[in-house]
Design a protein around this ligand. Structure first.
Ligand SMILES: Nc1ncnc2c1ncn2[C@@H]1O[C@H](COP(=O)(O)OP(=O)(O)OP(=O)(O)O)[C@@H](O)[C@H]1O
Ligand SMILES: [Mg+2]
Length: 454
C-alpha cells in the first residue's frame, strides 16, 4: 500500500511543488496550509510521514508537533526550517520530530530524506509487530507440546480465541486435553478477564441440569425456595464451557440453541427474559454428526456449534509430545508427593513411544503418578509401568494368556528385559541370572527382535 504523506506548509509554491514531486514517487499526498487544518487531516488520514514547516500562520511548528503527539505516535515528523539554528533543531527533535531539513533544499535531497524516513517507519512497525507477537503468552502455562499437529492446533486456538463471540466446538478422544483447549481459548480471548464457567452436561440429571444452566425463579419447583441464578448468568461477560455436549438431553437443546443465537433466555419457572453476553465453548468425545443422523442430537444445534471447530489430536498421532509430557507430569507428581530428582530411566523411552495411549494425555499423567509412587524416587523403569504398556511392544503370541507355553513365557520375558535394557545383552543376562552365552543362544532360538547394542 502506498504510504501517506502530509505536507504542512503555508507557502503555496513550496507546498505544491513538493506535492507534485512526491506524488510522482507514488506516495499519497495530503496538504495543509496551517496548523489547525493539519491537525484535522492527521486525524482523518493516519499519515505515515509529516513534512512540517516551523513558521505557520496560526501556530508554531513546535506546538503542532506536541499536539500531534497527543494522539498519534505513528507518523514520523520531518521539520523544514529556514532558520538553521542548533537550538531550533534540538528543540524540534526533543518535541518528537524524527529529523529536519534546512530551507531552501534541493528536491533530490528531499526525495532521499522522505525515502529514508519511510523506510525507518516501516522497520519500526515491523519491530512493534514482532514485539507484540513475542509478548503473546503461551495459551496456558504448562500446556505442553511442540509436535506439528499440536502446534497447528495452537495456531487455530489463537485464531478462534480472537474471533469474538463465535461458538466453538472442540472434538477429541477422551483425555486429549479438550478442557485445556477450551480454557486456552478463554484465556487468549478478549474475555480473559471475564468469568470462566464450566458445566458438565453428562454429570447431572436432565431436570437439575436445566436449572443449573438457566437458573430458576422462586418456587419454580417444590425445592426452589429462592431464586437462583444459572451458570449462564454467572458466565455473563465471559465464557461458558459446556463439557460433554453430546450428552445434553434432547429436550434441553432448543432452549440452549436459542440462548446461543439470541443471548436471551428465561429462568426455569420465569417469564422475564434475561439478557447476557456469553461465549459458548462446547466439547465432546462423541461423533455428533453420527448422533444427528440417528436423531440423538439436534441438527440445528449441531450446525450452530460447528462454526469454529477444533480437533484435538490424540496422543498416538503426536509421538514427539509423549516424552516431554511424561517428564512434565513426573515433575509435577514429584512436587506433590515430595520426592526430589524423580527421573524417567531412558530404558523406557521406547516403550512409551510404542504404546498407543488409549487414555491419551490423562492416561499418561496417571501412569507417571503411579510409576513414581511405585519407584519411590528411584529412576522409573519398566517394572514400574502397567503391564499393557510393556505388552504392547511384545510380539503377539497365539491364544490368550492362559494358554501360553513355558517357551512362550520365556521368550516374552527375555524380550521384555532386553527391551527395557535397550538391547544391552550384558545387563540383560545379569538381570535374568544367566550367562551372556546362554542369552545369545536363547535370542537365536526364539529369533528375538531387538536393537542389538552389544
Ligand atoms: N498439552 C498438555 N500439556 C499439559 N497437560 C495437558 C495437556 N493436555 C492435557 N493435559 C492434562 O491432561 C489432563 C486431561 O486433559 P483434559 O481434562 O483437558 O482432557 P479432556 O479431553 O477434556 O478429557 P475428557 O474427554 O476425559 O474429559 C488434564 O490434567 C490436563 O491438564
Ligand atoms: Mg474433559
Amino acid at each position: 500500500m502506498a504510504e501517506k504523506i502530509l505536507i504542512i506548509e503555508d507557502d503555496t509554491t513550496i507546498r505544491e511543488t513538493l506535492a507534485e514531486v512526491l506524488e510522482k514517487q507514488h506516495y499519497i499526498i495530503h496538504q495543509a496550509a496551517d496548523g489547525a487544518q493539519a491537525l484535522k487531516l492527521i486525524k482523518k488520514h493516519n499519515s505515515d510521514l509529516i513534512l512540517l514547516d516551523l513558521r505557520l500562520p496560526d501556530m508554531h511548528g513546535l506546538e503542532v508537533i506536541t499536539k500531534i503527539r497527543e494522539f498519534d505516535h505513528h507518523a514520523l515528523i520531518v521539520v523544514m526550517t529556514a532558520y538553521p539554528e542548533i537550538r531550533t533543531a534540538v528543540s524540534v527533535l526533543k518535541a518528537g520530530a524524527y529529523d529536519y531539513i534546512n530551507k531552501p533544499f534541493e528536491l533530490e535531497e528531499m526525495k532521499e530524506l522522505v525515502r529514508r524516513s519511510l523506510e525507518t517507519q516501516q522497520l519500526r512497525t515491523e519491530v512493534e509487530r514482532l514485539r507484540i507477537s513475542a509478548a503473546q503468552p503461551a495459551p496456558i502455562e504448562g500446556f505442553i507440546g511442540d509436535s506439528p499437529p499440536f502446534l497447528e492446533m495452537l495456531e487455530i486456538i489463537r485464531k478462534v480465541a480472537a474471533a469474538g463471540r463465535v461458538p466453538v466446538l472442540i472434538r477429541g478422544e477422551s483425555g486429549t486435553g479438550k478442557e485445556r483447549v477450551a480454557q486456552s481459548i478463554h484465556n487468549l480471548s478478549q474475555r480473559a478477564d471475564g468469568p470462566w464457567v464450566t458445566l458438565n452436561c453428562s454429570a447431572i440429571s436432565e431436570g437439575l441440569l436445566e436449572s443449573e444452566m438457566f437458573g430458576h425463579e422462586k418456587w419454580a419447583f417444590t425445592d426452589a425456595k429462592t431464586r437462583k441464578r444459572g451458570l449462564l448468568e454467572l458466565a455473563d461477560g465471559g465464557t461458558l464451557f459446556l463439557d460433554e455436549i453430546g450428552d445434553l438431553a434432547l429436550s434441553l437443546q432448543p432452549k440452549l440453541l436459542r440462548a446461543i443465537e439470541t443471548q436471551i433466555f428465561r429462568r426455569v419457572g420465569g417469564q422475564q427474559e434475561v439478557h447476557v453476553d456469553v461465549r459458548f465453548v462446547a466439547a465432546t468425545h462423541r461423533n455428533l454428526e453420527a448422533m444427528v443422523q440417528v436423531g440423538a442430537f439436534r441438527q440445528d444445534l449441531y450446525y450452530r456449534l460447528n462454526v469454529a471447530t477444533i480437533d484435538v489430536p490424540n496422543l498416538r498421532s503426536r509421538q514427539d509430545d509423549i516424552l516431554p509430557l511424561a517428564h512434565h507430569f513426573l515433575k509435577q507428581a514429584a512436587i506433590t508427593i515430595g520426592i526430589h530428582n524423580a527421573q524417567l530411566d531412558p530404558s523406557v523411552y521406547k516403550l512409551f513411544k510404542a504404546y498407543a495411549w488409549p487414555g491419551n494425555v490423562r492416561g499418561l499423567r496417571n501412569v507417571m503418578e503411579r510409576a513414581l509412587i511405585l519407584s519411590g524416587g528411584a529412576p522409573i523403569i519398566a517394572t514400574h509401568l502397567p503391564k499393557e504398556i510393556i505388552a504392547s511392544t511384545l510380539p503377539k503370541t497365539s491364544g490368550s494368556f492362559e494358554y501360553l507355553t513355558l517357551a512362550e513365557v520365556e521368550k516374552s520375558h527375555i524380550q521384555r528385559v532386553l527391551m527395557t535394557n535397550d538391547g544391552n545383552k550384558s545387563q540383560t543376562a545379569k538381570q535374568l541370572g544367566i550367562t551372556r552365552l546362554t542369552l545369545r543362544n536363547k535370542i537365536k532360538q526364539y529369533a528375538l527382535d531387538f536393537d542389538d547394542v552389544n
